[in-house]
Design a protein around this ligand. Sequence first.
Ligand code: FWK
Length: 483
Amino acid sequence: MEISNQKISEDAFFAERKEVLGQWHTGRDIDFDEAVAYQKSIPAEKRFGAKLQKATEERRTLIQPRAGVALPEEHKKLLQFLETEGEADLLPTTVDSYTRLNRYHEAETGIEKSKETNRSMLNGFPIVNYGKTICRDVTSALKSPVQVRHGTPDARLLTEISIAGGFTSYEGGGISYNIPYSKSHSIEKTIAHWQYADRLVGLYEEAGVSINREPFGPLTGTLIPPCISNSVAVLETLLAAAQGVKDITVGYGQCGNLIQDVAALHTLNVLTRDYLDKYGYQDVRVTTVFHQWMGGFPQDEAKAFGVISWGAAAAALAKATKVIVKTPHEAMGVPTKEANAAGLRATKQVTSMLRDQDFRTVPAVLEESEIISTEMHCILGKVEELGRGDYAVGTVAAFEAGVLDIPFAPSRYNAGKAMPARDNVGAVRLLDMGALPLSKDIVDFHRRKLEERAAFENRPVSFQMVIDDVYAIGKGFLVGRPR
Ligand SMILES: CC[C@H]1O[C@@H](n2cnc3c(N)ncnc32)[C@H](O)[C@@H]1O
């Protein structure tokens, strides 16, 4: 299939829309003009992008959980609990795994089983099966803005129903919701699907309704070097802006070394702005999201709070616009509302205490920022070259060449050659570059940092370091030291 980073024409979009809205019966009562009018009835204080902008002006880091259960009344009560008892500034609706794979028949079964057992038999809220009316009933019952969070390679219908259902922010992208989430969705296909989603957002923007878009920053959430996740975020931002998206939150998943985490989020913010301006998108607003540790968590709840608080501190010191909060039940599965609220309050305590501290200009952070910025320019420059200026074409070619390569991703379209490991202070470095187009200086820097660790641990630089690092946090450490 031919893809390009061109804005989809209205004719082509509305022709495709007929097929999209026919994918499930709830698509049939989606009417664009009616949905625009409904979105316009949502007051500013409930609009996601507006609250993010206000936070930027007030130099606050907002807190947001993930949350989603099968039945509407329970989901509504859960979200109300999280904004009152949890003091959440922003709310989610995490979508269930069946919906993410367009398996709506199985989501239907999950809804029926949840009604029979009065327990949530789905790991999220099945937006497509419920349709716009039930979604509006949920979103209108809350005080805070609500965002749809999921992991859907083909999210076209989900986007339609989410926006018509009163959600004012939408997470995901054609790379970040494919490579880390699926084995065999082609990149061309998911980029095209997400161009549809972003074109729909662009049409709402053109009709006077702003919808915030958030590429999924953490990717596989396992030792992802900042230059890789940041480059993907910039690419998804450029692809979204080309379709008319005007409000974007770029994200990064905590790696654990404070200097590197602050530098990574700051560099992401700066370079996203630079690349948007370079291509004439000065009117696109940029905010940032820091994801608390996305890897394995300790079972012990007190230790889990330690990990949560460390993520809250890094987010606050990086001056992130918002932080996505984990819960003390992370190691067990879907959290109770009480555990979810506790993670939020612990986070709020730390972000409030650290509100007046800014680590972005700490000399060591500036040095690390320089390195990440250089790495990102190497990668993004190669993507541009491979696509001969077209970032959609370049992205597909970059994955084929291993120029974009996401560690531990299940997708068969991902080279899986780039291999990370922590250096002696826990910063994520590259043990194996794969085909990442990094300069010799950068390659030597990574090698040097890993040799420092090898000398300290009196063992050679090896894949065993990667294995030890993957299991370290669950065992209470950052660097996976040899036993
Ligand atoms: C991106 C994956 C993460 O999303 C979180 N998550 C997924 N589903 C739910 C859910 N239904 N409620 C709360 N948190 C959830 C959980 O932290 C998981 O590790």
